[in-house]
Design a binder for this molecule. Structure first.
Ligand code: HEM
Length: 266
């Protein structure tokens, strides 16, 4: 219901365009031409991360309410956003190493490595680490959000509970799993998933969307590391890591190992 006590919205006031356009503040003198692109791309990513978290929370709620159709619908939206996020890297790849170098030193220690929303997405998907958590200042917005997601069940946990309510014999130990522990392969769950794929098309579709999601995140990691290699080669990252060598280690690690393990068991 529109709130009549408020002034009539315009495009500019509703979307806070003046505030939005004031947020791109280059640090280089000049400023260097490509710094605006670099800032805007990162800000757009942060907005997409915010939207992803909003949609992921909804998927979890829908699974908890046994709404398989709704959760698939929302996962489809997430996957579509993820495709856009991956393809946005093409834009940044039009920036040459020299163009990046023209302002890189002004970034100081700033790096996507410090994106708390990216870590929130990882935590929700089961990639959790106390060390990551502790890098964020105690009491900050980022730390509070991450602490909540660190303790909360992951999307995979919500899926396992959903399968149990669908009368699959999910082992009690998997249902009572420590929410902060990494997701390890579980042979009994693989047997259940094989059964789902053979006899239960509705839930097999849901599994396929989770595989799409897993592959989509890996695709982003792969494209990001290739972009890093072509822009800074093997130099260290501004966030303090070994750079591409560190990032390569994160590529190809599945989120949901059971969904991959069963592919060689059919
Ligand atoms: C020229 C462009 C870019 C370069 C050269 C670059 C470089 C790097 C490097 C070297 C790292 C490793 C951590 C470090 O030591 O800094 C990193 C991590 C990361 N970057 Fe980028 N990056 C670029 C663009 C982006 C963009 C557009 C995003 C979008 C948000 C992004 C998000 C991330 C994230 C989330 C991490 C942490 C990955 C992880 O720990 O698994 N980066 N980046």
């Amino acid at each position: 219901m529109p709130d009549d006590s408020q002034a009539a919205a315009t495009y500019g006031t509703y979307l806070k365009i003046d505030d939005l356009l004031a947020l791109q503040q280059p640090r280089s003198t000049g400023p260097e031409h490509d710094e605006i692109l670099f800032i805007i791309i990162h800000q757009v990513y942060e907005l997409w991360f915010k939207e992803l978290l909003h949609e992921f929370d909804h998927v979890v709620e829908l699974l908890e309410a046994d709404q398989s159709h709704g959760s698939q619908h929302t996962l489809k939206r997430i996957l579509t956003i993820l495709k856009v996020m991956v393809s946005q890297l093409d834009i940044l790849e039009t920036m040459t190493p020299l163009e990046f170098l023209s302002f890189r030193e002004r970034l100081d220690a700033a790096s996507g490595f410090q994106s708390d929303q990216f870590r929130q997405v990882e935590f929700l998907l089961g990639v959790k680490s106390e060390r990551t958590l502790e890098r964020f200042e105690a009491g900050s917005r980022a730390r509070i959000a991450l602490e909540r997601r660190f303790r909360a069940p992951t999307l995979w946990d919500a899926f396992l509970h959903y399968l149990a309510r669908e009368r699959y014999p999910v082992p009690p130990s998997a249902l009572a799993r420590e929410a902060t522990a990494p997701l390890e392969p579980v042979p009994e769950i693989q047997q259940i998933l094989i059964d789902v794929y053979r006899r239960d098309p509705k839930n097999a579709e849901l599994c396929e969307r989770l595989v799409d999601l897993d592959e989509g995140i890996q695709e982003w990691r792969y494209r990001h590391v290739k972009m890093v290699e072509r822009t800074i080669g093997v130099k260290r990252g501004t966030g303090g890591s070994a750079g591409a060598a560190y990032l390569r280690e994160t590529v190809g690690r599945p989120l949901f190992p059971d969904l991959w393990a069963i592919r060689s068991q059919f």
